[in-house]
Design a protein around this ligand. Structure first.
Ligand code: GUN
Length: 298
């Protein structure tokens, strides 16, 4: 990746740390998705993704625009439905109902968080599980936990698994420590790593002696939303470190891992930006293909 960073790492008299290049791996996935879009086109199918956004949150607007741009670039049918911040729950639920019935829409994503007057759980449960490309519907959560391949897996944790797979990181038998227990990232990762026969430990804000636990990790995944929280003392030498955090500080992006302190210890590490971030959209596009195939019995 960045020459600057490589130069910095090579100063350490240790085996070189490998930067996991999420941008490059996400481009590979997008190229694979583009081939699938072409193959489906030959059968008269155009995968369709509709994103619903409520309100004006700038970060959410940016994410949604980039989802729209990426899906259009690959030849998908891409739509964004925008509601004002004071939209009612009923309006959003009605919209989802219409999208559920629309055969040209294969994937539905409601950008979170939603304004206070709208109950997120009600909205998520209203989405047809077969169109739930976010993998947040309780049916997909259940499928994931029980190891059913029909599950739509949430995009960010799915992206973490693809990064490890493409980097040829052995998971079986390894001790994976996940820091963070969110519905979107930490919890799905528990199931995904167990399916790969890892030993899984989950830490969170109430964990005592966090350092002593994270030091056990062969693979350390951090998703807590705290700027550069994980320091060298948390990491065992040679660990693979996956940083899911994206924290904006004074206009600059930082992960949940203090990269400069931790990178010299790690055998492999994801940078921020350019690590896990780009994978989320790539996996969303992959999930949309899965939904289009499912709808067409392929
Ligand atoms: N907000 C932040 N991340 C996500 C995501 O992965 N899906 C949705 N729907 N909203 C989000």
């Amino acid at each position: 990746m960045s020459t600057l960073r490589e130069n910095r790492l090579s100063r350490y008299n240790k085996p070189m740390t490998t930067l996991i290049d999420g941008k490059a791996i996400s481009s590979q996935i997008k190229a694979e998705v583009a081939l699938e879009v072409q193959a489906l086109a030959k059968q008269g199918i155009t995968p369709g993704l509709t994103v619903v956004i409520v309100g004006e949150d700038p970060a959410s607007q940016t994410y949604v625009s980039s989802k729209e741009k990426s899906s259009k670039a690959l030849g998908m049918n891409s739509n964004v439905i925008r509601f004002p911040a004071d939209a009612s729950e009923d309006e959003v639920l009605y919209c989802i109902d219409e999208l559920n019935k629309d055969n040209t829409v294969h994937g539905i994503l409601v950008q979170l968080p939603l304004p206070k007057q709208i109950n997120e759980n009600k909205v998520i449960i209203a989405i047809d599980p077969k169109k739930d490309v976010d993998g947040f519907h309780p049916m997909n959560v259940g499928y994931l936990v029980s190891g059913n391949a029909e599950a739509f897996v949430p995009c960010t944790p799915a992206g973490v698994m693809v990064l490890l797979e493409r980097e040829k990181v052995t998971i079986e038998g390894k001790h994976v420590v996940i820091v963070g227990r969110s519905h979107m990232v930490g919890k799905p990762l528990i199931s995904l790593f167990l399916q790969k026969n890892a030993t899984v430990t989950v830490c969170h804000s109430r964990t005592q002696n966090l350092t002593s636990v994270t030091q056990l990790a062969d693979i350390l995944v951090v998703a807590i939303g705290k700027d550069r929280f994980i320091k060298a003392e948390h990491v065992k030498e040679g660990a693979v470190v996956i940083d899911v955090g994206i924290n904006r500080v004074d206009g600059k992006l930082y992960g949940d891992v203090d990269f400069d302190a931790v990178a010299p210890l790690a055998s492999k590490i994801t940078p921020v930006p350019g690590g896990v971030g780009p994978m989320t959209i790539a996996l969303l596009l992959k999930n949309t293909i899965k939904a289009a195939k499912l709808a067409n019995g392929i």
